[in-house]
Write a new protein. Structure first.
Lengths: 221, 221
């Protein structure tokens, strides 16, 4: 399978790239607006993975090119311009490419982080509204801490809820469960995305108010 | 300490009563609109606790009477009339009684449960708005599954986020951590209650779509 990480040069893209490249046999495509930056990121990630005694298949291209080739395209992009990126890749997508949305709209104030959904109801539904109708959209990975993912020294044990069309959700859960210490949990259709995305500010707030929780994740028990 | 469970004859009140009575030395006051029902519940709970080789100190009264005597008063009451109950006990409360709100406004549709906050922003803030100004209000226990709590055969291992005034939050966390397998996690002031309450429909939805998750809770890891 080809897994594309659009915005794959950012912190969250790095974390996903390293875990998927180390733990699975899938081809990882790193996308960026600037293909040179994508290729530099690939070199850096390969070095880290090799230092951990593993090897992965990574390649770097533009966001458009990785979307074109992907079986699953992850929008590792800040929520305030994820809609524009979906528009820019729309003609590269079809019903064979799952579009995966991990972004969460939030606003920070003095007490902590607060969920701040777009008018579509959630960022996942915004992505679904902007993508061509035939493209299956899935929302997940919102609650995974980027820095912990990117630190391959750390063994993880995190759950992540997954919403979207049933078949696409099952494909994404199977892929997710190939990464050591990750478990995807079906959470229903896109209409349930709001509750899924709201978990992220809660995890950030509990981390802020509990010094013993550093870059925490959540596990259903 | 005196822990009052208003609405303590319901499923959630039963779960809290059994765990606190079995695992702590505190006095548990069961409140109900009908004091006779409260006394019947106390008899039933005592029987269960004794069947598990423990004993607890439980007493049953009206909601008003247990609020009057409580150090911590838990509003184990459905969200749509929790405000009326707060009004009815307002003259029994003071700055020595922590009012604890575990209720979550939700609406169900064909896809699952959805967070449905009152105009105050959250049920916890609704309670704070209706209570006398000097009464410390804390929001927690929203995400604990009632049936699992009430089944003393089941060892639990759940976290629950806690919001409110800092001192009251610490008091509630200390109390919570006395119950085997429960851990309270500070999540900031009342302004963060919305994110805390939103966890409940998410947990219900993941339970609905994952047959292996029966009456699940959540753990920060």
């Amino acid at each position: 399978m080809r897994l594309a990480l659009l915005g794959g040069t950012g912190d969250f893209g790095e974390g996903l790239a390293l875990r998927f490249a180390r733990d699975t046999d899938h081809e990882i495509l790193i996308g960026s607006r600037d293909p040179e930056r994508a290729r530099e990121a690939v070199s850096a990630y390969e070095e880290i993975i090799e230092a951990h005694g593993a090897s992965g298949s990574l390649k770097g291209f533009t966001n458009e090119m990785v979307a074109d080739r992907a079986d699953i395209a992850v929008l590792a992009i800040p929520p305030y311009y994820v809609g524009d990126v979906v528009d820019s890749i729309a003609d590269r997508l079809d019903d064979d490419t799952i579009l995966l949305s991990p972004a969460v709209g939030m606003k920070r104030d003095e007490t902590g982080m607060h969920y701040n959904a777009p008018p579509a109801g959630s960022t996942t539904e915004l992505v679904a509204n902007r993508a061509p109708d035939e493209v299956p959209v899935v929302g997940t990975y919102h609650n995974l801490p980027a820095n912990t993912l990117a630190d391959l020294e750390t063994d993880i044990n995190f759950d992540t809820p997954v919403v979207g069309d049933k078949d696409a959700v099952q494909t994404v859960i199977s892929l997710t469960n190939e990464v050591a210490g990750l478990r995807g949990l079906a959470a229903g259709p896109l209409a349930n995305a709001r509750e899924v995305e709201s978990l992220t500010p809660l995890v950030i707030n509990t981390t802020k108010y509990n010094s013993e929780l550093d870059e925490a994740g959540v596990k259903w028990v």
